[in-house]
Design a binder for this molecule. Structure first.
Ligand code: SF4
Length: 237
């Protein structure tokens, strides 16, 4: 079982980075030459939405609204058109426009101080972490339901319902992304959670973490004690 030790963290990081280098996904917002505006828009759109869905309209969105000023001056209906396929489009369009108005007021400048950053309306924990990670090059976690699922399955469950306030999960997420390739570790976790450690039917059989995964070990033991499999070494799908 993978307890939270330095050795297990290192194994987790190395396994995921090796996997990511060959099987990771490529999205326009992972391009190194993005502006601050393009990064924040991508991360805002990615909240509660599949990356593949955002990738279908992100490039055109940026072409139509290339900076904070354009977005602040845009018709909310024009923004809504893009957001219709991802749900809650009215709220999200309003939120984006208000964020743009705020950033124009601030002349596009982001504070380095974490408290001040989170005090900007519409920038919550996730976006603040993304800004720290991608813009300020600090090892912050892009922690969402996908990252939390993988971390909890591998290392063990959190206690609190809300990811943002669970001290175990928060601490753990910072530990796993503390690495010289912090961005890639984050992306690797998100990609691995989307493609291998899926919410429904994780592909444990072929998972390179399965020999030390808490979830996998418990699932095997349960099936063994129920007599569903006849060996603790039987491999689950
Ligand atoms: S073994 Fe299964 S549950 Fe564990 S990390 Fe891999 S896919 Fe996820």
């Amino acid at each position: 079982m993978a307890t939270v030790t330095a050795k297990n963290i290192t194994k987790f990081q190395q396994t995921l980075l090796n996997w990511y280098d060959t099987d990771g996904r490529h999205f326009p917002w992972r391009n190194k030459r993005l502006t601050q505006y393009q990064i924040i828009i991508a991360e805002t759109l990615l909240q509660r939405t599949k990356a593949e869905t955002v990738s279908k309209f992100y490039t055109q969105f940026i072409k139509d609204f290339p900076n904070w000023t354009n977005l602040a001056q845009a018709d909310t209906a024009a923004i809504e058109l893009y957001l219709k396929p991802i749900g809650l489009y009215r709220q999200r369009a309003k939120r984006l426009k208000n964020l743009a108005l705020e950033m124009v007021k601030r002349k596009g400048k982001l504070p380095h101080d974490r408290e001040e950053l989170e005090s900007i309306p519409f920038i919550g924990q996730y976006i603040a972490n993304a800004i720290e990670l991608i813009i300020h090059n600090r090892p912050s976690p892009l922690i969402d339901v996908n990252m939390s699922r993988l971390l909890e399955r591998y290392f063990g469950k959190r206690k609190m319902a809300d990811i943002r306030y669970d001290p175990y999960l928060q601490k753990l997420s910072y530990k796993v992304v503390r690495h010289s390739r912090a961005k890639e570790i984050n992306w690797a976790i998100l990609d691995f959670a989307a493609l291998i450690c899926k919410a429904q039917k994780p592909i444990c059989k072929f998972c390179q973490l399965n020999s030390t995964c808490t979830y996998f070990k418990k699932a095997k033991n349960k099936l063994y004690s129920e007599g569903t499999i006849n060996s603790k070494h039987s491999v689950l799908t």
